[in-house]
Design a protein around this ligand. Structure first.
Ligand SMILES: CC(=O)Nc1ccn([C@H]2C[C@H](O)[C@@H](CO)O2)c(=O)n1
Length: 104
């Protein structure tokens, strides 16, 4: 069973190590450093890799920086657009930093 999902369009960046952070709402803020998570695609829940959680840190939408965007392999305007689509109106986010452990 997968423990976290990502939209399919981010799969290639994650398995290539280009995306090392994800911003989630409070419902996914319970992960803990050192925890290994099976990762599936949101659209079909197909497993595609395992990641290890490095840190989980609260961050407000207006505190996002170019460094967060770099870790997402996006520009800051692109990242804010993605967040607005996924979490409209939400200001309280959690930055989950992770490393790639293995690929499917
Ligand atoms: C169900 C759900 O929320 N799924 C998500 C949420 C976020 N992401 C990605 C999109 C961006 O790259 C970052 C920031 O939210 O995380 C996702 O792939 N799936």
């Amino acid at each position: 069973m997968n423990e976290i999902t990502f939209f399919q369009r981010f799969e290639s960046d994650i398995v290539a190590g280009r995306k090392t952070i994800t911003l989630r709402d409070a419902s996914e803020s319970h992960f803990t450093p050192g925890q290994q998570l099976r990762v599936g695609r949101y659209e079909d829940d197909v497993y595609f890799c395992t990641i290890e959680v490095v840190s989980v840190t609260p961050v407000a939408l207006d505190e996002l920086t170019d460094e967060h965007a770099r870790q997402e392999n996006m520009t800051l305007p692109q990242l804010k657009e993605v967040i607005a689509e996924i979490y409209p109106g939400l200001n309280e986010l959690y930055a989950i930093v992770f490393t790639l452990v293995s690929k499917a």
